[in-house]
Design a protein around this ligand. Sequence first.
Ligand code: NI
Length: 164
Amino acid sequence: MALRQIRIEGDPVLNKVCKEVKEITPRVKELIEDMLDTMYEANGVGLAAPQVGILKRIIVIDVTGEDPYVIINPKVIEKSGEQTGYEGCLSIPGKSGIVTRPNFAKISYKDENFEDRILEGTELLARAICHEMDHLDGHLYTELVEGDLVNMEDLQEEAEEEEQ
Ligand code: NI
């Protein structure tokens, strides 16, 4: 297991446009493994290659903790509907903000074997797909946030108070 350092907002690498992957090389394979390890270690549901300083169009997503998707060179086929809710990013630790995203997303991409694939998802998966694809074009969710960023700790306290 190899962890990579997650780049934090303000690092210029997070604002660059990533390049398409042309083939699966040993280095790309290693990068994908490291991205999965790094995402799980950080308890994230998604990670994009620029977040570990690599300007390649690769993202990993796992919204259930046991069903990882390795997504290379993704292209949007369809986005529809709308969902509004809190969103966070491993590059903006401890913060969260309200973002409106499509409630459905369908993409084409290549998997870790460079096979053509289609993925469609709703709710959290759709949100993760859109969030991570934005990273590949140098965009962070803070550009879309409605209102102020809040501390995740405050959100958790609010949720606990509501439960009581
Ligand atoms: Ni992010």
